[in-house]
Write a protein that binds this ligand. Structure first.
Ligand SMILES: [Zn+2]
Length: 296
């Protein structure tokens, strides 16, 4: 539009100067100027009209926009308060009676809604308190169960310790003894077997292989045979701790003084109530590096 207006101004300046010079040609010059204007103005005018129309359209489009979202916005928060504040102008017109009654009903409904929200909040708080109480009860139940299991195990061990008191050395039936998971032949008093299981787990964790048991419970007959075959290396029949299911003879390295396995046993077995008796140690009366006894 700027490049159109500039010729117009120039044209009008020219016609003005021509007016001053030759007054009688006013009509012609004006006509020329008007003609010139006429060639410019229609376009100019049309553009102005378009702009005006566009502005009006934009205004029309924008006008409802601010109001539109305003309707749902003031919804919930203090709706009941605003409803409670609503009053009708004082009048004696009986025609307003239904309207007043309707307003009262709306106010009552708003109070109900407000009361319901309070009730929901109270219910949520109660549910949370109940959940916390349930979690606390579950934790307490778990602790009680753990304590019950521990007490049960302790009672079991106590029962195992006296379980063979009715038998003579080397006269214990197989069903009164217990085995271990890592050796199919080992037979021991059950609490000794349980402790050897734990000792073996620690040994295997260190050496990557289980304990190697060559002898455990030894019957009276076996003790007699042992004494006959090995002499003083075997206890007098009826006196060996093997006859109570409380001793093992080990190989796999443990059977030699000074080996890593034997040294590990010396340092760790006592934690599992398994010991190397003094008489069996290197300086003992009858050195037997392989012989270990349960003292739990
Ligand atoms: Zn032995």
């Amino acid at each position: 539009m700027a490049d159109v207006e500039i010729p117009e101004i120039v044209e009008r300046s020219r016609s003005a100067s021509r007016d001053a010079e030759r007054g009688e040609q006013d009509v012609v010059d004006t006509g020329t100027a008007q003609t010139t204007d006429a060639t410019v103005d229609p376009a100019d005018g049309a553009t102005a009209e378009d702009a005006a129309a566009a502005e009006a359209a934009a205004a029309a489009a924008e006008a409802p926009a601010p109001d539109a979202p305003a309707e749902p916005a003031p919804a919930e928060e203090d709706a009941s308060d605003r409803i409670a504040d609503v009053t009708l102008p004082p009048t004696t017109d009986p025609g307003t009676t239904p309207l007043r009654a309707a307003l009262d009903r709306v106010k009552e409904a708003a109070e109900v809604v407000s009361g319901t929200a309070d009730q929901k909040r109270a219910e949520a708080a109660a549910a949370q308190a109940a959940a916390e109480a349930a979690a606390q009860a579950a934790a307490q139940a778990a602790a009680e169960e753990a304590a019950r299991v521990a007490a049960e195990k302790e009672a079991q061990r106590a029962a195992w310790k006296v379980s063979l008191q009715g038998y003579a050395n080397g006269r214990i039936p197989d069903e009164a003894l217990c085995g271990v998971s890592f050796d199919g032949n080992a037979r021991l008093r059950c609490d000794a077997a349980e402790a050897l299981e734990a000792l073996n787990a620690a040994f295997a964790a260190h050496f990557g292989r289980p304990l190697y048991v060559t002898d455990s419970y030894r019957s009276y007959g076996a003790q007699v045979a042992c004494r006959a075959n090995k002499g003083g290396l075997c206890a007098a029949p009826g006196t060996s701790n093997h006859g109570w299911g409380l001793a093992v003879d080990l190989a796999g390295g443990v059977q030699g003084f000074g080996t890593a396995e034997h040294q590990w046993m010396r340092e760790n077995a006592a934690s599992f109530q398994w010991v190397h008796p003094a008489w069996a140690q290197a300086g003992g009366s009858k050195p037997e590096p392989w012989h270990w006894e349960y003292v739990g």
